[in-house]
Structures are given as C-alpha cells and as structure tokens.
Design a protein around this ligand. Structure first.
Ligand code: ATP
Length: 381
C-alpha cells in the first residue's frame, strides 16, 4: 500500500472524539505508549531492521535519526501498520498491534501520518483537505472542527483556497492540521521539514513541536539531521544498517556517544589515531586510557572536539601557530599546527577573539571532554 492510499484509508476510518470550538487550542487526547519489541524486517536475504527494541513513553517526542537506507521509514511503516514485521511485536499502550498474536489494521491504530511532500489532495480545498479525516462526523461538525484546527495553525482565512495557492510552509501547516484533527494518539512523521527552506524549517519545527505538546501525541519523527533531532526530540534513536545504535537524550548522545560514527553525527571533531601501548595511549595531551577491547598495538581514535579547544596567547598549554582562519559568522574556524600533532587541528573559536593567520598561540583541551574509540584494524606502533 502506498502512503497516499494509506492516508485516505486512515483518515476516513478514524473515529474522532468531539472537538472544541474554533479558535480553541487542540484538545488533549489520551497519550499512548508505543513499543517495538525485537522488531525485524527482512526483504529476501536483506535485513532492513534487525531486532529493534524501542519503548516510547506516552506523550514523548522521539526522533529517529540515521543515514539513508538505515531503516527509518521501514520502522515508521511498521508502526503505522502499512508493513508487517518479519519478527517481533509492536504494541500501542501495551496492546499488540503487530506480531505473532495479532495484527491491527492501520485504520484502527489511531495513528496520524505526515510526510516530506505533505501529500495534500490538490482537488480539495484547504478546509476539505483538513476535514477529510472527519467524514464520519456530521458535515457541520466536521467543518467546525477543521476550521478550529486551521485557526490553530493560523490558516483559517485560506479555508476556501486550494493547496497550490499556498507557500511551502502553509502547505506544511495544512498537512499538520489534517494529521492532527482526528486526534491520533501516535503521530508518525517522515522527514516532515525537509521540503522547507532553512529559515522556514526552524519556524515550522517550533510550531509543530508546540502542537504536538498541546495534543500530547506520542510522536516518532524521522530525520537525517542531528540538529533537528536535538531540537525536537525528548530522546533520539540512532539507527544504522537496521540496528538501533543508541537511544537517549541529546545531551547523552553528545557527551557519551556509543561509537565514533555517533560522535561524528553530534559534533565536529578532529580524529587522531594512536597505537595502544600498555593499556593506554600516549598523546601530546597526556596519556589516555585505551578503549575496552582494543589490544596492544591496535589503533584507537582520539576525538578532539573543534569547539572543545581553548586558544590563548599566554599561560599553560601546547604551543601552536594559526595556519589558516575561515570566517563562519559568529565563529572562526582555525587550523592550528600544534606541537606533537602531525596534522593541523581544526578549532572553532568565537569570531570576536580575532585570531589572525600566523599568530603564535597556546592550546588547552580538557581531557575529560576527549572521546576515545576503537579504530578498525591495527596500525604499527
Ligand atoms: P531514507 O532516509 O533514504 O528514506 P530509510 O532509512 O528510511 O532511508 P528504508 O526506506 O527504511 O530506509 O529502507 C531500509 C532498507 O530496506 C534499504 O536498504 C532499502 O533498500 C530496503 N527496503 C525498503 N523497502 C524495501 C522493499 N519493499 N523491498 C526491498 N528492500 C526494501
């Protein structure tokens, strides 16, 4: 089943609760727990998902983050009921909706969906698009409910217009209104902001989050962008090659990434490889503990955050020279040749510090902010 077909089916089948008057805030609904237990999805010999366990609390907003092809959309489709898992279970409020014992069709799961391309019906007016999901209600009641949600997203005056007359941001609001009007307990959003330009994206992220909070919908939002995930998610689930790599709050992912690839997602880092010797690594910044499981002579990668280096002109620190300065707005990206390092270190400093090319500097790094991971393969000691 395609998304568009699904959306018609799901919207028409939804049995909405009574709504509030125009201008009112979206009414609260019962928040639902969404649980994936050992979910797998195979296509022939290919695993799109390997044993994914994910437990999303009622009313929580979780972002599903990962590179293209890692299984994000597949997990969303399984949650919606468009696809069945090959193994494992999906539960909504502890009731099995997919698994060995049950399969609840999409239209009976009380889930709302929003897509990258908004998937509005071009031949229906804005009001009809929003009211489409309320066709089981008496006509006037559906109209009132749709107008109330349109008013909530600031588009009441466009009710009689058609989707093509709206800007991208306005269409996104209509899609959001349409998804939220049946008051689903779970909202599934597949890259809902990627069709918008950067400025509008920021604005829509804020508005969407506010609406999700008001409605208390438990939300799973797919994104490619770590910054978007940090901004929107109460927690972030990082998927890679069909596996859940880490599931935690943004701060945890930033401070304690599970591996080098997660570290790269959440901050700009300098990576320097060293051979492990006697259970440690000798670096110009001091001796560091080797990561667990890395043997004598094998490589470990030390990650120095570009924003985690203090640059100064006097005091303690490793001597270096600024080789290059790139203005990036509020910050400058410096390349500094530092004593003991073969390659220059990239360092982000506030622009007002005004470091100039050729400046002799001292750099200091808090060892507690360094990250050390196993590198694949051994290097010569
Ligand atoms: P993107 O960010 O590019 O949308 P994604 O993380 O959402 O990617 P999925 O669309 O879930 O990834 O796909 C995960 C894997 O499963 C991919 O390798 C994809 O090729 C494969 N896959 C998905 N649907 C099918 C299908 N119907 N038949 C065969 N393979 C599929």
């Amino acid at each position: 089943m395609q998304w568009r077909e699904w959306i018609s089916r799901q919207l028409t089948a939804e049995a909405p609760a009574p709504v509030q008057e125009a201008g009112a805030r979206a009414a609260a609904m019962f928040a639902a727990r969404l649980t994936f237990e050992g979910v797998e999805r195979r296509y022939g010999d290919t695993y799109a998902l390997h044993h994914v366990d994910l437990d999303i609390a009622p009313g929580e907003v979780v972002c599903l983050l990962g590179p293209s092809g890692c299984g994000k959309t597949t997990l969303l489709r399984i949650a919606s009921g468009i696809e069945k898992p090959s193994a494992g279970r999906v539960l909504i409020n502890d009731r099995e909706v997919a698994g060995p014992n049950a399969f609840v069709p999409p239209e009976q799961r009380s889930v709302g969906l929003m897509f990258q391309d908004f998937a509005l019906f071009p031949h229906l007016s804005i009001l009809e698009n929003v009211a489409f999901g309320l066709r089981r209600l008496p006509r006037e009641e559906a109209r009132r409910a749709a107008l109330a949600v349109l008013a909530r997203v600031g588009l009441q005056k466009f009710a009689d217009g058609y989707p093509h007359t709206l800007s991208g941001g306005q269409q996104q609001r209509v899609a959001l209104a349409r998804a939220i009007v049946p008051r689903p307990s779970v909202m599934l959003m597949d890259e809902p902001f990627s069709g918008l330009d950067v400025q509008l994206r920021d604005e829509m992220q804020e508005e969407t989050l506010a609406l999700l909070r008001e409605t208390r919908a438990t939300s799973l939002i797919v994104t490619h962008h770590p910054e978007e995930a940090m901004r929107l998610g109460d927690r972030i689930a990082v998927l890679r090659a069909g596996r859940l790599v880490q599931f935690d709050k943004a701060e945890k992912l930033y401070d304690h990434p599970a591996d080098l690839l997660v570290a790269r997602m959440f901050s700009e880092i300098n990576e320097v490889a060293y051979a492990v010797s006697g259970g440690g690594i000798d670096t110009p910044l001091g001796r560091l503990e080797a990561p667990a499981g890395v043997k004598q002579g094998e490589a470990a990668v030390v990650c120095i955050r570009e924003r985690g280096v203090e640059v100064k002109s006097a005091g303690q620190g490793l001597p270096g020279r600024v080789l290059h300065v790139r203005f990036l707005g509020d910050i400058d990206l410096l390349e500094i040749g530092v004593q003991g390092f073969e390659a220059p270190l990239r360092v982000r400093t506030p622009h007002y510090a005004h470091w100039a090319k050729g400046a002799e500097v001292l750099i200091e790094v808090d060892p507690a902010r360094l990250l050390v991971f196993p590198a694949n393969g051994a290097i010569s000691a």
